[in-house]
Design a protein around this ligand. Structure first.
Ligand code: NAD
Length: 294
């Protein structure tokens, strides 16, 4: 019987990771005489997107990275957006480019994301980077799955041979995460809406040594479904009345889990640091390419 889960404090983990990246950026500055310069392209001014961009700005400043937010009008055409991205891609002083989500309905995010040159793709959305990740090159990986992996690593629990169950199979969380878990030799099951419809969700969850939930429905996962001693990572962010809650019923789940992330304050704070880590990796990759071509 687990006495009660250890809470995985995302703010503390984010701070530790930021401190390490700050040192790395100072070292890169000594080595190359410059720091990563990242550009976030936002279309329109949706309040939650602005809040996320603000937190990116703060983390970038702390780490010592140069960060620009470029806001384009909500009615920008896809053609003009791609031309803007191509212009940034051509600028030697820009090391990382991202397109802030959500984008308006008239923009095809996948198609535009593929226009970001892979070596500047700081969110890992270009299919070339997705393909590399599937083949085990995890240098640039989508930020939320990367944050989940940092939380799991922080527990000290090895994934090798463990049953890892991911609930949610979105392109930004569940699918890439399943590949990262597999890369560490977990036995991975990915559940989704059809798993629930088939009445199979609870039986998969009951086997999970490591359970990651990214659904977007408040407290959809009940505490008594969870295996005793499981590591539980809750990616969900839901507004319930005036509170933010996760996808896991926290109070009952913490009685069974060995480790659990809170919402808010779990995966979220680490995600933005992972974005900066990717930006540093794009900077390094571009400098390595220059060395090879000299
Ligand atoms: P999405 O809407 O793209 O995908 C939802 C997934 O949940 C799908 O795979 C769907 O099949 C599955 N699903 C829906 N209902 C289900 C059910 N009843 N049973 C089982 N599976 C079900 O969502 P997303 O973009 O992956 O986001 C998921 C959640 O994670 C949201 O709350 C989002 O806000 C949050 N999120 C958090 C971060 C972060 O950094 N913390 C980042 C991205 C997303």
């Amino acid at each position: 019987m687990t006495a009660g889960a250890k809470i995985l404090d995302g703010k503390a983990l984010a701070q530790k990771l930021q401190d390490s990246l700050k040192k790395e950026v100072a070292q890169l500055k000594r080595e190359y005489g410059s720091v990563p310069h990242l550009v976030n392209i936002m279309i329109g001014k949706e309040p939650s997107a602005c809040a996320y961009a603000n937190s990116q700005q703060k983390v970038a400043e702390y780490i010592g990275i140069s960060y620009d937010l470029e806001t384009l009008p909500a009615n920008v055409t896809q053609k003009d957006l791609v031309a803007f991205i191509k212009k940034l891609d051509a600028e030697g002083s820009v090391h990382g480019v991202m397109l802030h989500k959500p984008v308006p309905a008239h923009i095809d995010y996948r198609a535009v994301g593929n226009q970001i040159t892979p070596v500047k793709d700081m969110e890992g959305v270009n299919v070339a980077n997705i393909g590399k990740m599937i083949l085990g090159d995890t240098r640039i990986i989508p930020c939320t799955p990367a944050a989940v992996m940092e939380h799991i690593h922080s527990t000290g629990v090895s994934l090798r041979g463990k049953e890892a169950v991911v609930v949610g199979h979105s392109e930004i969380v569940g699918k890439p995460l399943s590949m990262l878990l597999l890369a560490e030799n977990a036995t991975v099951t990915v559940c989704h809406i059809a798993t629930s419809e088939a009445g199979k969700l609870t039986e998969h969850i009951a086997r999970a040594d490591v359970l990651v939930v990214a659904v977007g429905k408040p407290a959809i996962i009940k505490g008594d479904w969870i295996k005793q001693g499981a590591v539980v990572i809750d990616v969900g962010i839901n507004k319930l009345d005036s509170r933010i809650v996760g996808d896991v019923e926290f109070e009952s789940a913490r009685k069974r889990a060995s480790f659990i992330t809170p919402v808010p304050g779990g995966v979220g704070p680490v995600t933005v640091v992972m974005l900066m880590r990717n930006g540093i990796e794009t900077f390094k990759a571009q400098h390595e390419m220059k060395k090879v071509s000299i």
